[in-house]
Design a protein around this ligand. Sequence first.
Ligand code: APR
Length: 230
Amino acid sequence: MTGAGISAESGVPTFRGPDGLWRNYSAMDLATPQAFARDPRLVWQWYRWRQGIIGKAEPNPGHLALARLQSRISGFTLTTQNVDGLHQRAGSAHVIELHGNIWRARCAGGCGFVRDVAGEPRGDEPLGEPDAVPVCRCGALLRPDVVWFGESLDAARIELAVRAARDCDVFLAVGTSALVHPAAGLPLLAGRAGALVVEINVDETPLTPQAGLVLRGKAAEVLPALELRL
Ligand code: APR
């Protein structure tokens, strides 16, 4: 399971790091359904700004090492909290995106319509003016297809992640502050089920005392080195 830390070396800001998003922006004004209801234009402007950063980012050696491990090890499940799509760009398949994906938009009215917005230059007709709020074919607004604070995760995705955590032999927790649930509960579940929990992080987290092995370092350096030993 990965968090924002694995994409830090690709130039994608983390959330709670020294220059993290939540240090500079209010999550309550940008990443809640209430914020979207209050000011959908502001919320879209912010997600387009993040798309701008992520669109320029490249997968780093950490993403690439996980993609190679997935192709070598049967029964390798990749779960991520990241919405940047960098795992898929690194070649990983069947990535369980617990918190959605910033390159998709879905109907805020609940008609079920989901649209891929990757590669569409912002300001292109489908999304209208750069700071326009895109509208669904049913007439409701489109919103970023990500999980906001106070929202539930997709039941099927969390079920897949829980099953993989419960059945794994080794759980790699990479670049996550292990603060946001239910994702933060997955390594604990794996540990209780007998797996070796390995934390890969530049810093200590609440998970550190529970981990069977702590590899303190940058994901883009630790993962390729670990790959060589697996
Ligand atoms: N390599 C490894 N770990 C790193 C690196 C790096 N290069 N850089 C930072 N880290 C670690 C930090 O020490 C921190 O523990 O990555 C973690 C990033 O933590 P957060 O910013 O809290 O990100 P994350 O854990 O993914 O956040 C979880 O919170 O805001 C919500 O939905 C959002 O998915 C996100 C969720």
